[in-house]
Design a protein around this ligand. Structure first.
Ligand SMILES: C[S@@+](CC[C@H](N)C(=O)[O-])C[C@H]1O[C@@H](n2cnc3c(N)ncnc32)[C@H](O)[C@@H]1O
Length: 255
């Protein structure tokens, strides 16, 4: 309606009407003015609030929330985007997490595991450690992951109990995604990257947790040392997460 009316507002006839309207008694003039404003104002913006809560919030997050950990909604969204994009593009391979704690982020990885793929979790668990956590046990983590993902094949999960700096992976492992979230010292992060890189397929992704965390400078130092020694990786993303001081750096293996 506005586009039809607007041209006549500047027409000489309209200006005369406007001048005459000013002679009217105030209440009548105001009523007319309100009608005029309504006709000339822009239409209200279309769209509206984000009200619908999608499956990541209504299904995935509640299943993971029963497991202790630091993996939050932003992480769920970012990991889901990457793992889902890999699947949509036919990228297949095993998944690895270094530092699984009670298995929260591991359970998210398990949700994206495909037939013939394998999920490896490396953690010191209850062994003595430089960075003591409330120690999860292998049995508890296994139970947590299968409770969150009951469809996961019984032989699709391997838990490796030990310091990641001394860990080895079976020679046939071909990784499409790695989450490094274990020790935070520069030497440990560098060593974790060195552990996974011979097994990472071209196009595979390494997510380094707690990157640039102000209290954990070793993470960025370890990553920098690794990147200084290789030209096989590019930064895919460097993402903030609500409520977390550190970011997650996503490295993409380009060759
Ligand atoms: C921040 S927590 C992992 C949280 C988990 N990824 C999550 O989001 O639920 C760090 C874990 O790394 C493990 N860890 C620390 N240093 C390690 C090392 N050198 N080797 C293996 N695991 C280590 C700890 O036992 C702990 O379970």
């Amino acid at each position: 309606m506005c586009t039809i009316l607007r041209p006549c507002y500047t027409a000489p006839g309209f200006l005369v009407l406007k001048r005459l309207a000013r002679q009217l008694p105030a209440p009548l003039y105001l009523a007319l003015y309100r009608v005029y404003r309504k006709l000339t104002s822009s239409p209200p913006p279309q769209g509206g609030l984000i009200q619908s809560r999608g499956p990541l919030e209504t299904d995935v997050a509640p299943r993971l929330a029963t497991i202790p950990g630091w993996f939050h909604l932003d992480d769920i969204a970012h990991f889901s985007l990457i793992l889902g994009t890999q699947l949509a593009n036919g990228v297949r391979g095993d998944l690895l997490e270094i530092g699984c704690y009670f298995g929260r982020s591991a359970a998210l990885l398990a949700m994206y595991l495909q037939p013939n793929e394998h999920l490896y979790l490396v953690d010191v668990f209850d062994l003595p450690n430089d960075e003591p956590y409330v120690p999860p046990t292998v049995a508890v983590v296994r139970e947590n992951v299968y409770r969150a993902v009951p469809t996961l094949a019984r032989d699709a999960l391997t838990l490796i109990r030990g310091d990641s700096r001394e860990a080895t992976l079976p020679a046939n492992v071909e990784l499409r995604f790695v989450h490094i979230d274990g020790g935070h010292a520069a030497e440990t992060v560098y060593s974790d990257l060195m552990l996974c890189t011979p097994h990472l397929i071209v196009g595979g992704i390494v997510a380094v947790d707690d990157y640039a965390h102000p209290a954990l400078p070793g993470v960025a130092l370890g990553v920098q040392r690794f990147l200084d020694e290789t030209d096989s990786y590019e930064t895919l993303a460097d993402l903030n997460r609500a409520g977390a001081a550190g970011r997650i750096l996503y490295l993409w293996r380009s060759k």
